[in-house]
Write a protein that binds this ligand. Structure first.
Ligand SMILES: [Zn+2]
Length: 385
């Protein structure tokens, strides 16, 4: 077996590439790619595909009708025909509407880069490309085939990407996710909550609020009582959260409303709590006489439990130590495509992307110095998997 390249040598090589990394990051951030804008996501995906082709990867564009296309870049294993595979995951889309770049231009200051999607997760896409460069410069090919899969709708639930993510994960021995790191010290994410969304629709009966109120059934009141009920299911210390984030209903103040609906965000730390919550939601029954209640939805991302990450984290920690980095870990409430792969039982390590802060906000930024470090970490990890 070929000796793994030294992580420190790769870091040294990558440090000399920091300006090139920053330049590519600028191109990527300026190519805006809001999840709902297929044309824009496809244009940006085209740029990413070009970069991978330039590096000799076998690139496939997985076409989608409504959402952006996915980009799959395959890097052959050492010796050519290894069956074993490692999956590196990320997404092309951002949460920012087209034109955000006008108010939030890509800019550099105080050792950081700002811009829409710079942290979540165009920085991660740059890290992957330069990790491949560092391995190539070290004349090293990982022992396993590496598939870099860039999805197009992670920020809106991955409806158009999930089956591909799961298909590639099932063929893989490990999944590395380039979502943003946690904290300014770049902790990886070894557990994530599962995330779901329920819709509660209350139906009552309309009536005049003054003339015949006794004939009406107030759907808003029914909904309010239901929200009070489900809010009691919050157990923050156990990692269960239930949040009614949107409500609507009614027409005029003098009409007893016949319809009201609420959208509720739910999160849970483990699969058992997830299933119990789903069961409780679907078992909801009307409270007011004559009212009806309909429940739709469920969890769309199962929890990523730590047991799926533990062994990979230990490996990553060892590699990081060679780079002089004490790699911490974190448990977070937000979901990613790593939730899908971990739930299949495939070892998954998340948060290997850029170091920064302010994801999904006007102050989103990353630490430039950390770009070569994260690329070295990914390259070194790929070389030992
Ligand atoms: Zn992301």
């Amino acid at each position: 077996m070929a000796r793994s390249p030294s992580a420190l040598e790769m870091l040294k090589w990558l440090r000399a590439q920091q300006r090139a990394m920053t330049r590519l990051l600028g191109h990527f951030v300026r190519a805006e790619s809001p999840s709902y804008d297929k044309g824009a996501v496809d244009r940006f995906g085209g740029m990413v595909a070009t970069e991978w082709r330039r590096r000799g990867a076998k690139v496939t564009i997985l076409r989608r009708r409504e959402r952006g296309n996915l980009v799959r870049a395959e890097w052959g294993a050492r010796g050519g025909s290894a069956r074993a595979q490692v999956l590196v995951l990320g997404h092309l889309d951002t949460v920012y509407e087209m034109g955000t770049i006008g108010r939030m231009p890509f800019r550099l200051a105080r050792g950081r880069a700002w811009g829409p999607g710079v942290f979540d997760m165009k920085g991660g896409l740059v890290i992957a490309l330069f990790a491949a460069d560092a391995l190539a410069a070290a004349h090293h090919r990982p022992a396993k085939r590496v598939v870099f899969l860039w999805t197009s709708d992670e920020e809106i639930g991955s409806g158009a990407s999930r089956t591909v993510v799961e298909h590639e994960a099932r063929r893989s021995d490990a999944v590395l996710v380039l979502e943003p790191a946690s904290g300014q010290d770049g902790r990886v994410k070894t557990a994530r909550k599962g995330v779901g969304e329920f819709e509660l629709i209350a139906t009552g009966r309309a009536a005049h609020a003054g003339l015949n109120p006794q004939e009406g059934v107030n759907a808003i009141q029914e909904l309010a009582l239901q929200i009070a009920r489900v809010s009691q299911w919050n157990q923050p210390r156990r990692g269960i959260t239930v949040n009614a984030g949107v409500i609507e209903g009614g027409t005029r103040t003098n009409v007893i409303p016949a319809r009201a609906r609420a959208m509720i965000d739910v999160r849970a730390r483990n699969a058992r709590d997830m299933r119990a919550l789903e069961h409780k939601f679907h078992a909801l029954r009307p409270i007011l006489p004559g009212a009806k209640i309909e429940v739709r939805g469920g969890f769309n991302r199962p929890p990523m439990e730590r047991k799926a990450s533990a062994a990979l984290y230990t490996k990553a920690r060892g590699v990081a130590r060679e780079l002089g980095i004490d790699l911490g870990e974190d448990f977070v409430g937000g979901g990613s495509d790593g939730n899908f792969t971990a739930a299949l039982g495939v070892p998954t390590l998340d948060g290997l992307g850029a170091v920064g802060e302010g994801a999904h906000s006007p102050s989103e930024n990353i630490v430039l110095r950390a770009l070569p470090e994260r690329a070295a970490l990914l390259a070194a990890l790929l070389s030992v998997l």
